[in-house]
Design a protein around this ligand. Structure first.
Ligand SMILES: CCCCCCCCCCCCCCCCCC(=O)SCCNC(=O)CCNC(=O)[C@H](O)C(C)(C)COP(=O)(O)OP(=O)(O)OC[C@H]1O[C@@H](n2cnc3c(N)ncnc32)[C@H](O)[C@@H]1OP(=O)(O)O
Ligand SMILES: Cc1cc2nc3c(=O)[nH]c(=O)nc-3n(C[C@H](O)[C@H](O)[C@H](O)COP(=O)(O)OP(=O)(O)OC[C@H]3O[C@@H](n4cnc5c(N)ncnc54)[C@H](O)[C@@H]3O)c2cc1C
Length: 668
């Protein structure tokens, strides 16, 4: 990987113990040799631009300067992509592959102002626009010649999309829509890039035509002038302020003061308004929610990548760092020798792989079902919605927790910005909030599970992802066996049992309340059931993938996958004992054995742990961490990063003469 680099001796010692070929793992992780090659090529090509080599550490800049530096970097990268294309390199979807991926995650530590342009605006045009509308805007958007964002959430409403207040009223006399923000709570609030970056938006508004209301529909609106970048007439626009993270995403607010747009600017792939004002209904109102589903799928994949960065840092640091003798007769060990350190990091490594595998399966399902939807068959849309919602929730929650654990595993140094954890954490926790609040999305999945349970009670056949509910009903699940397969069936029993209980309580409440009120009252149990269902999906996907790997990969790599599966399954079982104990019979000896098996699995994996994180193939230029660099030169990097602090550029800070000295003198 980095031939000429001088590698830390302890790190090299651990690398020498690895039993499998790291390159084989990396090819698997990125989906094949071609994909790995392309990723490496893009990383080198983009990140080697001299204008990205600046010594500026954006964390020392002011809020305004951070934004300006982010835009400078955006343009450097866009020019680099233009150069790449001019040189004849044909890479499909190259803007998304660069600007919507981990490649630029160290260039935009706190997110990019083009994230929603890349991740949502183009998708909205592609999935909600007609061919004519795509001809007008999509190509320019994909080439970044117009910049846009996805404007849905308002100050007063984010979750309950049907409650949005901005109106779009059709005026048949002029063949225009009039877009208006009637209240303070109707201000659009949050969209990425909205404040000072984009010149177009896809905005969601309540449609009125010929005096009738037709629900939430999407419209394209130009918000800034092409030449001056000043807000267009009737557009009130600005930034919403600093945040926990994402500070260079340029999240904005937007209000409309009777803004007129032509009829052709309603995105009409699904519903339509004719010139005379007549409204043609779409096949289903949820078709307008498609972009949200796509982003939820992307988020799951993104979570695996964020966690891969965090575990790479924690693992390499734990190999280089020595502290606290274990055997008093021996020198201080590498901190990874402490079993509690292994307990923190190895399950997080296993989670990267489980989430990556689940994301791959979800992408496949997304592609299949989107193709069906395009041909008018919506029958499997609920499967995709249910799975994408709970996976978005569980992966963002689990990764947020695991990134924290990795940070803590690095002791005090993990708290430094230069370790990289702060920015990874900021990006991950943002995803717990956006694209559907997590509890709300669990409740969406629960709707699906309750329907599935009702089908079980009627003896109907279920789709594969919930087939285990029928097995539970017919008494086939519930016996404890301590293997990964046994843990899967125990979790399935716990999930099915939890769904059955929630169903029972829901039915009881329905006797005295409406279905909506009864559902709301049963929310705690429903959310729990969804979470468990998602864990079933994650474990079963990992098992499927590991078993398949045995056929296609070397014996050595196949064994590593088995070790990872065991760690993942035991850790999951130990964390979900409470739920399983309610529906599965265990003896205390079973539980003691589970703990022993978990500890043995950590020990077995240890020699390959550094190989797996190296196989995540994250170059230093992407990792951006003093603690996690490939060569393990941690202490020199910490010192050199500290020396770059603006406070260290002078021996005495002016605050001494201004405040401290007068104070000391006055007290003499
Ligand atoms: C630089 C490094 C990068 C690394 C990579 C990292 C990853 C990158 C990814 C891109 C990053 C992007 C950056 C951030 C962007 C954030 C953007 C946003 O937040 S944008 C804003 C995001 N905002 C949100 O997410 C808002 C969340 N709220 C909502 O989605 C909805 O309002 C609701 C679903 C909660 C309720 O809706 P309501 O209409 O009241 O519905 P009801 O409940 O009454 O259900 C009616 C029926 O509809 C069904 N159904 C529903 N949805 C869907 C669907 N999608 N499909 C299919 N079906 C669906 C439902 O199941 C039900 O069926 P049934 O049971 O009757 O059969
Ligand atoms: C970093 C970031 C970027 C974003 N980017 C965009 C963007 O580009 N475009 C865009 O349009 N929006 C964007 N958003 C908005 C985001 O999608 C919403 O904030 C999110 O969907 C949550 O909605 P909310 O804020 O209305 O939460 P609320 O619904 O107000 O949630 C508050 C609490 O109420 C609870 N709650 C609400 N409804 C229910 C219910 N039915 N049952 C049980 N509990 C409930 C929730 O669980 C939560 O605990 C972004 C947000 C963030 C943080």
């Amino acid at each position: 990987m980095v031939a000429a680099q001088k590698i830390n001796k302890d790190l090299q010692e651990e690398r020498d113990k690895v039993t499998f070929v790291i390159e084989e793992f990396a090819k698997w992780f990125y989906g094949g040799p071609r994909q790995l090659h392309e990723k490496r090529f893009l990383e080198n090509y983009i990140l080697s631009d001299p204008d990205l080599q600046s010594d500026v550490d954006p964390s020392y800049l002011s809020h305004k300067e951070k934004y300006e530096e982010a835009i400078r970097r955006v343009v450097v990268i866009l020019k680099r992509i233009d150069k790449l294309q001019a040189e004849g390199h044909k890479i499909d979807n190259v803007h998304k592959k660069v600007l919507g991926s981990m490649i630029v995650s160290n260039v935009f530590k706190e997110g990019s102002p083009l994230t929603t342009h890349i991740g949502m605006f183009g998708q909205a045009l592609a999935s909600l626009g007609t061919p004519e509308q795509q001809a007008e805007w999509l190509d320019r958007a994909l080439r970044c010649r117009i910049w846009g964002t996805y404007v849905q959430t308002e100050l007063g409403h984010g979750t309950f999309v049907r409650g949005l207040e901005v109106t779009s009223t059709y005026d048949p006399k002029t063949k225009e829509f009039v877009i208006n923000s009637p209240t303070t709570t109707s201000y659009k609030w949050w969209p990425g890039g909205l404040a000072h970056t984009v010149n177009h938006v896809v905005v969601f508004a309540q449609l009125y035509s010929l005096g009738k209301h037709h629900g939430i529909q999407p419209f394209i609106v130009q918000v800034r002038d092409f030449e001056t970048h000043k807000p267009m007439k009737g557009i009130i626009i600005g930034e919403i302020g600093t945040k926990v993270g994402f500070n260079t995403v340029n999240n904005g607010f937007l209000a409309f003061d009777n803004v007129r747009i032509p009829l052709k600017n309603m995105l009409m792939r699904n519903s339509q308004v004719l010139e005379n004002g007549e409204f043609i209904k779409s096949q289903s109102p949820v078709l307008n929610y498609g972009v949200m589903t796509e982003v939820r799928v992307d988020i799951v994949n993104g979570m695996a990548q964020h966690l891969a960065k965090a575990v790479t840092i924690a693992m390499r640091y734990s190999t280089v760092r020595r502290q606290s003798p274990i055997d008093p007769k021996l020198p201080e060990p590498k901190i990874i020798e402490h079993v509690t350190q292994q307990m923190k990091i190895f399950p997080a490594i296993a989670k990267v792989i489980a989430i990556k595998v689940a994301a791959d399966k979800l992408y496949n399902l997304y592609d299949e079902i989107t193709a069906e939807v395009k041909s008018g068959n919506l029958s499997r849309l609920p499967d995709l919605h249910a799975l994408s919602c709970c996976l978005k929730v569980v992966t963002t929650n689990e990764v947020a927790q695991s990134v924290q654990i990795c940070r803590l595993a690095c002791g005090g140094h993990g708290f430094l910005n230069s370790s990289g954890f702060h920015d990874i954490y900021g990006n991950v926790v943002a995803a717990q909030h956006y694209e559907g609040e997590n509890t709300v999305l669990l409740l969406q999945t629960a709707r699906y599970l309750i329907k599935a349970w009702s089908q079980v009670l009627q003896g109907k056949k279920l789709t594969p992802s919930v087939e285990y509910l029928s097995a539970y009903k017919s008494g086939q699940l519930g016996k404890w066996k301590g293997s990964p397969n046994g843990i899967l069936t125990a979790l399935q029993a716990a999930t099915a049992g939890q769904i059955a209980l929630a169903y029972k309580h829901l039915e009881e409440r329905k006797k005295t309340s409406s279905v909506e009120v009864a559902t709301s009252q049963t929310g705690i149990e429903l959310a729990k059931a969804s979470e468990l269902h998602c864990q079933v999906f994650l474990l079963s996907s990992l098992m499927w993938s590991v078993n398949r790997a045995a056929k296609y990969f070397s014996k050595a790599l196949g064994e590593v996958f088995q070790d990872i599966l065991h760690i993942y399954a035991y850790d999951l079982a130990l964390r979900n004992l409470g739920s399983m104990l309610q529906f599965v019979s265990f003896s205390s000896a079973d539980l003691e054995q589970l703990q022993m098996d978990f500890e043995a699995s950590l020990k077995k994996f240890k020699n390959n742990s550094i190989g797996v994180v190296d196989g995540f193939d994250i170059p230093d230029s992407v990792l951006g961490s003093t603690l996690g660099a490939y060569d393990g030169d941690v202490y020199e990097r910490l010192l050199s990063a500290a020396k770059k602090s603006p406070l260290n550029q002078e021996d005495v800070n002016k605050s001494f003469d201004l405040y401290l000295k007068p104070f000391i003198k006055s007290n003499l």
